[in-house]
Design a protein around this ligand. Structure first.
Ligand code: PMP
Ligand code: GLN
Length: 381
């Protein structure tokens, strides 16, 4: 049989490769982004309880209504924006799926999508599989800021969408109010959509307010804003998230969703709808994760890595030029094998493999895991 690949350039993604190596070499895994500590016992028992009470059949395609209502309430409290749980929110099997569905909802072959690099690894394939063209713009190293003058230059009549991600994976950079002003002035009067990946919404540090698109109703009209319960509630294996948009866009989004996933895991949605009512379940997350970041920064003073800034997400990047001039992928593989610590080479987040000699660490780990990793990293000379 002959099959024409839809993604001829794609191999196995870097997270799978580095986690595989970590297991093989018994390394401390600060590569792939997932916590190694237990999630909330309360949320576990709410989901267990939902199963026992019989919530084991399909919920509506749009998502369990009380969960959508709880999300709308949360959005109103956090961002002072009214969203309609019936028309503006859809529960999805994870953030990645929400992003893919948003792109598939709007893209026609030949459309252009602006993507900032380094970029989360699913964006470019998600655009290409739809026959559209990624237009790549480098974030300015080492702060990883958006160069809006360059964005203006790259806008054409075919620009269909701009992808945003704040807090940003892999760099921990966050959007500022000025970024939103620039964005608004670029899209104003155009038919350009926005896909905003906000899966790290609650993991933002140093009291910086999260510049969610949800704060800005004029931008939300043209946007798909994507979230992940897995990322915020330390249960990445649950693969549950949601998308918020405006009614006419969400109507089209649901046409794609209903013939793909149709309806997501019911008991988790029931459990989450109760859990979300307690505001502390999300308001305490920033300080919890900031403590981990700060602990990791403190520990890393014992190494020759030069940490860059991380203002959000659960990642922090580091230059290693005082240790080696190998390409970042070779360096990551070697330190996994020789020193027993897995990281992610940041070149993997660039289509052309741009290598600034930077690796990404995930600090969403138990303190003892971070300590064990840094003890090993300090031995690299
Ligand atoms: N976007 C970014 C930037 C991420 O880091 C992740 C985490 N894998 C996702 C989306 C996807 O989240 P989920 O696991 O819910 O699909
Ligand atoms: N979001 C996680 C990361 O960036 C893992 C995602 C994945 O394994 N596909 O590490």
């Amino acid at each position: 049989m002959h099959i024409q690949s839809k993604l001829p350039g794609a191999g196995t993604n870097i997270f799978t490769v580095m986690s595989g190596l970590a297991t093989e070499y018994n390394a401390v895994n600060l590569g792939q982004g997932f916590p190694d500590y237990q999630m909330s016992e309360e949320l576990i028992s709410l989901v267990n309880g939902a199963m026992q009470k019989g919530f084991n059949q399909y919920v509506p395609m749009q998502g369990f209504p009380p969960l959508r209502e709880a999300i709308a309430e949360k959005i109103s409290g956090l961002y002072n924006t009214a969203v309609n749980p019936n028309t503006d929110i859809t529960i999805t099997p994870g953030g990645t799926y929400a992003i893919y569905t948003a792109l598939t909802t709007v893209l026609q072959p030949g459309d252009e999508v602006i993507i900032f690099e380094p970029a989360y690894d699913s964006y470019i394939p998600n655009v290409e599989v739809n026959g559209a063209v990624p237009i790549l713009i480098d974030l300015k190293f080492p702060e990883y800021k958006i160069d809006w003058a360059e964005v203006r230059k790259k806008i054409t009549a075919r620009t269909k969408m701009i992808m945003l991600n704040s807090p940003h994976n892999p760099t921990g950079a966050v959007l500022s109010e000025n970024d939103i002003t620039e964005l608004r002035s670029i899209v104003n009067g155009t038919n350009i959509f926005i896909c905003s990946d906000e899966v790290y919404e609650h993991l933002i540090f140093d009291n910086i307010p999260h510049q969610s698109i949800l704060r800005y109703p004029d931008l939300l009209e043209r946007s798909f804003v994507c979230f992940s319960f897995g990322k915020v509630y330390h249960c990445t294996g649950w693969k549950l998230g949601y998308c918020v948009s405006s009614p006419s866009l969400m109507n089209e989004f649901r046409k794609i969703h209903q013939f793909n996933c149709f309806s997501c895991h019911a008991p988790s949605q029931v459990g989450l709808s109760a859990f979300l009512k307690n505001k502390d379940s999300y308001l305490t997350l920033s300080s919890f994760m900031q403590e981990k970041r700060d602990h990791f920064i403190q520990l890393m003073r014992n190494t020759k890595f030069e940490l860059l800034d991380s203002k959000g997400s659960y990642f922090i990047c580091a230059k290693y030029d005082q240790l080696s001039n190998e390409p970042d992928k070779d360096f990551s593989i070697r330190i996994t094998k020789e020193y027993g610590v897995a990281t992610i080479p940041v070149s993997a987040f660039y289509k052309s493999g741009t290598d600034n000699k930077v690796v990404r660490f995930c600090f969403s780990k138990k303190n003892e895991t971070l300590e064990a990793a840094v003890e090993r990293l300090a031995k690299i000379s």
